[in-house]
Design a protein. Structure first.
Length: 402
């Protein structure tokens, strides 16, 4: 019935608000609560089925959430801190990703008898953290701005890394030929294309919204431009996620850029636009995390899968700890937030979507998809626990100082 749908939408939004309050009061992540609600509604109680229309909408829901959350994250970042931390964040991102892929390539071979390429493929699929999950969480954490910038950039970069490297490995396994130059070239091209097109869009749109009287629908039109930007960049083989992040960064910092370049005029972003973005971001992310829970296959949790998933999780954790230790050697200012950065390891929809690609390409790897979905749950639980412990210590420490 129609009223059932609207009742569900209303109930989910209220739940999203309640879980946000729970996070603020107890530091228990709202992400894992919403995902667990999705699991209850879907695979556990079978109230909602993901078969049919909902399953078909999965790629669109994930992409919409990614666009909105990256746009929100970009608007709230300081561009000049991003530029300062870009090399550091990129090095850290590649180090953690490469360690995850290589460690899993060898571990899955020696422990479970997989081929090296199959292990590397699993590493590529689960090697990156989810920007759709990380960005909303870090916005509420007691961390330095530099730490938040590094995590935001890492989460934005790894989606592209996972997709491009996973596709390259699938082609290598299918054809038996290795072409690392093409994969590296595709990655560099995707990032540079995205950044250039996003910069052009940002300059154009900043001029439009500051010269034309479109205050009433300014946010809607800006969102329309964001959707067009993402689609266009993907069409020309760039990375849409990076394009959205760059566009939002420039849009949110254009006034400061103009001042430094001594360009006359006022380019401050309308506060109404920022307020609307907060509301839309809340709406989208609430439904997105419940949707992730709906997609989980409880029936796949066999003993073998659980053992393999725990081994994979521990390897990912070791890779992240080593990466963070290396980051601290380069930047001592990060040291006080070491545990928070290590905790930020949730996998999301990108991993869920990539999980089915090997089988679709005719590559059969036992328990591959089941392991990936188990890792999504385990890494999100680890993030929740890590955030809870670290934030409680931070709150206690602040009270003691007072």
């Amino acid at each position: 019935m129609v009223y059932d749908v609207f009742f569900t939408i209303g109930a989910v939004l209220i739940l999203g608000f309640i879980t946000s309050l729970i996070f603020e009061r107890t530091k228990v992540s709202d992400v894992i609560i919403l995902m667990f609600v999705g699991m209850l509604l879907g695979p556990i109680l079978n109230i909602v089925s993901i078969d049919g229309p909902i399953s078909a909408l999965a790629p669109y829901i994930g992409t919409l959430a990614l666009i909105i959350i990256l746009f929100d994250g970009g608007l709230n970042l300081n561009l000049f801190k991003v530029l300062t931390a870009l090399a550091e964040a990129t090095g850290f991102t590649f180090l953690v990703f490469i360690l995850s892929v290589i460690f899993l390539g060898f571990s899955m071979h020696f422990i479970f008898g997989w081929t090296y390429l199959e292990g590397l493929l699993l590493g590529a699929v689960v090697g990156g953290i989810s920007s759709a999950i990380v960005i909303p969480i870090i916005s509420k954490l007691t961390m330095s701005e530099d730490s938040k910038v590094i995590l935001t950039l890492e989460s934005a970069l790894t989606d592209a890394l996972c997709i491009i490297v996973a596709i390259a490995l699938i082609e290598i396994i299918s054809s038996g030929t290795v072409n690392l130059r093409d994969a590296a070239g595709a990655l560099a091209s995707a990032f540079s294309t995205a950044a250039i097109i996003a910069a052009i869009f940002a300059v154009f749109w900043t001029g439009i919204i500051n010269k034309l009287y479109i205050k009433q629908v300014r946010y809607s039109l800006t969102l329309a431009v964001v959707f067009i930007l993402y689609s266009f960049v993907e069409l020309v083989k760039g990375n849409g996620a990076i394009a959205v992040l760059v566009f939002a960064l420039l849009l949110g910092n254009f006034n400061e850029i103009a001042k430094r370049l001594k360009v006359k005029g006022e380019f401050e972003l309308d506060t109404t636009l920022r307020a609307f973005q907060v509301e839309v971001s809340f709406f989208v992310r609430t439904f997105f995390f419940i949707f992730i829970g709906l997609m989980f296959d409880v029936g796949a949790l066999k003993q073998e899968v659980i053992i393999m998933a725990w081994v994979v999780f521990l390897i990912l954790l070791i890779a992240r700890i080593l990466g963070v230790k290396a980051l601290i050697l380069v930047d001592k200012k990060i040291a006080p937030f070491e545990k928070s950065i290590i905790s930020m390891m949730p996998r999301g929809l990108a991993a869920a979507v990539l999980a089915s690609m090997p089988l679709a390409a005719g590559i059969k790897i036992q328990y591959f998809a089941e392991i990936v979905f188990s890792i999504i749950i385990l890494t999100n639980l680890a993030t929740t626990l890590g955030v809870f412990v670290v934030e409680r210590k931070n709150v206690t420490g602040m009270k003691n100082v007072e």
